[in-house]
Design a protein around this ligand. Structure first.
Ligand SMILES: Cc1cc2nc3c(=O)[nH]c(=O)nc-3n(C[C@H](O)[C@H](O)[C@H](O)COP(=O)(O)O)c2cc1C
Length: 329
């Protein structure tokens, strides 16, 4: 196996691409907490080719985040190839093609999970993209779903076709497009696909704890795992995982350490997007950070009105310290 691919999948814990969440600042925080590999939010290949500022901005990353992959979406092989050329100029560690997004706006254009209904077109995209990557040693991955709906579950055949078309790694989130994000992901499909592939497979779906990670490796035999929603509001889960791998213990970090991480996250967002945009965009993160904490509803209501970052952080700090008192006596 290409040593770059072997090295990437030796990295066991990947941060999933989460549009609207895993931006530059949050990826840095996840990396600091111990994520091994991170991926951009999905970037429109059409947007890149048409020089759209918003799409180009999604490519930003820092060397600290490496290994870092850029994920592209689109449905036109020539545009996907051109978009890849633009993305490659940023020198990512890998390129990932999104063939799993279930969102209407994306599938309507034949992209994301709609490509699982058009395997020939999907193969063509992989071949064209691989072609522009041929002068580099940068790997190409594809992120797929179980299939379109319960009547068309084709992840295993489709994944094998992507391997044959030139993919170096595959990530499987085993829910159908119809399921969107509801119900349970079917890890058995990860096991089945792993049995067919000669390239590495990254397992994804419903990992919320250290125990889930251990179970996914054991039950599916996948090479690495990718965590999405499970890290929202708790990026420190990566640190807990690392500690578990080193010591066998499963423990949580202190409330004070959590406050420090949240503060740094907010500061990085402000640095990258400016005070107003960062304050607005952080609201979803704050909502996750404070979810299910005692007395959090009032704090969230305040945060959703307040634009002063000092006041927001003070409210969070008070909330977190009050949890410490409640839980530690
Ligand atoms: C808000 C949100 C945004 C997402 N954005 C992307 C994306 O940009 N690209 C992608 O491949 N998957 C995206 N996903 C799917 C996740 O990467 C992941 O496959 C899915 O959430 C299942 O993993 P989980 O159960 O660990 O969350 C997104 C999911 C959510 C909930």
């Amino acid at each position: 196996m290409n040593p770059i691919i072997a090295n990437l999948t030796k990295q066991k814990i990947w941060l999933a691409p989460l549009a609207g969440f895993t931006d530059n600042a949050f990826r840095t925080i996840c990396k600091k907490c111990g994520a091994d590999v991170v991926v951009s939010e999905m970037v429109s290949a059409d947007g890149l080719v048409n020089n759209k500022e918003k799409s180009l901005k999604y490519l930003d990353f820092t060397d600290f985040q490496r290994p870092y992959g850029i994920q592209l979406f689109g449905s036109d092989p020539a545009i996907m190839a051109k978009g890849t050329e633009i993305a490659l100029a940023e020198k990512p560690d890998f390129i990932d093609i999104n063939m799993g997004c279930p969102v209407k706006k994306v599938v309507k254009r034949g992209a994301g999970s709609a490509l699982m209904n058009s395997p020939k077109l999907a193969e063509n995209i992989i071949q064209k993209v691989k072609n522009v990557m041929s002068g580099t040693s940068i790997p190409l991955s594809v992120k797929i779903r179980a299939g379109w709906d319960k009547y068309c579950i084709n992840a295993v055949e489709f994944g094998k076709r992507m391997e044959n078309a030139g993919c170096d790694m595959i990530c499987l989130h085993p829910r159908t497009r119809s399921q969107m994000f509801s119900g349970q992901s079917d890890w058995n499909l990860i096991k089945k696909l792993k049995g067919k592939l000669t390239i590495p497979l990254i397992g994804n779906g419903d990992i919320n704890s250290v125990e889930d990670i251990i179970r996914m490796f054991k039950e599916t035999g996948c090479d690495s795992v990718m965590i999405g929603r499970g890290i929202l509001g708790k990026p420190w889960i990566f640190r807990n995982i690392k500690e578990h791998f080193e010591s066998g213990e499963v423990s949580d970090i202190s409330w004070i350490e959590k406050i420090k991480i949240i503060k740094e996250h907010f500061e990085l967002e402000i640095e990258s997007k400016g005070q107003t945009k960062a304050s607005l965009e952080m609201r979803d993160h704050f909502s996750h950070y404070t979810k299910s904490l005692q007395g959090s509803a009032k704090v969230r209501e305040f945060i959703n009105r307040c634009l002063d970052s000092e006041d927001v952080l003070e409210a969070i700090e008070t909330l977190f310290l009050s949890q410490e008192k409640t839980f530690n006596g």
